[in-house]
Design a binder for this molecule. Structure first.
Ligand code: BV8
Ligand code: ZN
Length: 271
């Protein structure tokens, strides 16, 4: 059957139209169609002998600062070259259709902001906010756009202008606490919302993966958008099996534009 926005269950379109407070919770999958490798994609070159989870830790930075800094500079170069995709734009547009929208992301890129989303909550920090690993002083990047480091190149981290210690990426590593304010904002938004979208996340990393459960406990409808199954499948009221850049524009069309010609069809199915 030709995929049109009619694939989106009428009950979902009705629930989104009726929702006062909506949360959009995203993971690396929402940036996949912008060409940003998801966290678990095979690490290339020098990093292929590392598991991302092992590299995104304070220990790895202490032991191999130039491998870890090189990895993040490679990822930052990817992000700077990337553009927001139709999913980021649909999420930004959603803010104009519902009374309150909170965008909460695990991603360290700024594609939600570049698509126009406001007040994005970053649970795991940002590639664009390097800081001193000792005195935490914010640092400016030496080169605003790193020359495309060939994947795998070691790059020695710059040294803090104030205390001389190595500069680290402004991200939350495994074993590190989430920024307290961001976590407070996120849990409050999840507990109070009427509807939560979980888009492009494997729902494996805690405490972020707790948010849909908090929303469910607060009586919210849970909608998952992911081409693959995740542990959230069991809890979601709607499992939209498909790519975010295909599904999200169709969700908005189904809910807010009766008669608007549906955007290009995709593979998404409502399951
Ligand atoms: C903390 C920033 C403690 C860095 C990241 C055992 C059990 C439970 C928990 C733990 C445990 N052992 C350790 C823990 C805690 C640990 C944890 O959860 N580990 C997991 C792996 C078991 N958590 C932590 O350490 C957290 N801190 O707990 O602190 C503490 C408490 C008090 C005091 C002190 C300390 C910190 C976690 C933050 C780690 N940092 N990112 C960086 O980016 O480099 S997490 C990182 O991995 C990403 O941000 C992402 O969120 C996560 C998963 O990566 P991916 O799988 O790539 O991405 P994602 O999950 O988003 O999955 C991609 C999805 O997209 C897939 O499902 C795919 O199907 C889908 N997809 C693909 N294409 C598309 C798509 N979807 C839609 N459209 C498409 N086109
Ligand atoms: Zn310093």
């Amino acid at each position: 059957m030709k995929n049109t926005h009619h694939d989106i269950a009428p009950a979902l379109a009705r629930a989104l139209r009726a929702a006062r407070r909506v949360v959009v919770f995203t993971g690396a999958g929402v940036s996949a169609e912008s060409g940003i490798a998801t966290f678990r994609d095979a690490l290339t070159g020098l990093w292929s002998r590392f598991d991302a989870q092992a590299l995104a830790t304070p220990e790895a930075f202490r032991e191999h600062p130039d491998i870890v800094w090189g990895w993040y500079e490679w990822r930052r170069a990817q992000v700077l070259r990337a553009a927001p995709n139709a999913a980021h734009h649909a999420i930004a547009a959603l803010a104009h259709h519902v009374p309150e929208l909170a965008v909460i992301t695990q991603n360290v890129d700024d594609l939600h902001e570049r698509a126009g989303s406001q007040d994005v909550t970053h649970l795991h920090g940002s590639l664009h906010a390097p800081r001193c690993s000792r005195c935490a002083a914010p640092q400016a990047f030496a080169s605003p756009t790193p020359d495309e480091p060939d994947a795998g190149r070691r790059i020695a981290p710059p040294l803090c202008a104030a205390c001389g210690a190595p500069v680290r990426p402004g991200v939350v590593w495994f074993g590190e606490s989430l920024p307290a304010q961001a976590w407070r904002d996120a849990t409050l938004a999840a507990q109070q919302c009427d509807l939560l979208f979980s888009i492009g996340t494997s729902s494996l990393v805690y405490p972020a993966a707790e948010l849909p459960r908090l929303a469910l406990a607060g009586g919210a409808k849970i909608v998952q958008v992911n081409p693959a199954a995740t542990p959230l499948d069991a809890l979601a009221h709607h499992n939209l099996r498909g790519a975010a850049a295909d599904v999200m524009p169709r969700v908005l069309a189904a809910a807010f534009s009766a008669g608007m010609a549906p955007p290009a069809s995709g593979q998404g199915e409502d399951s």
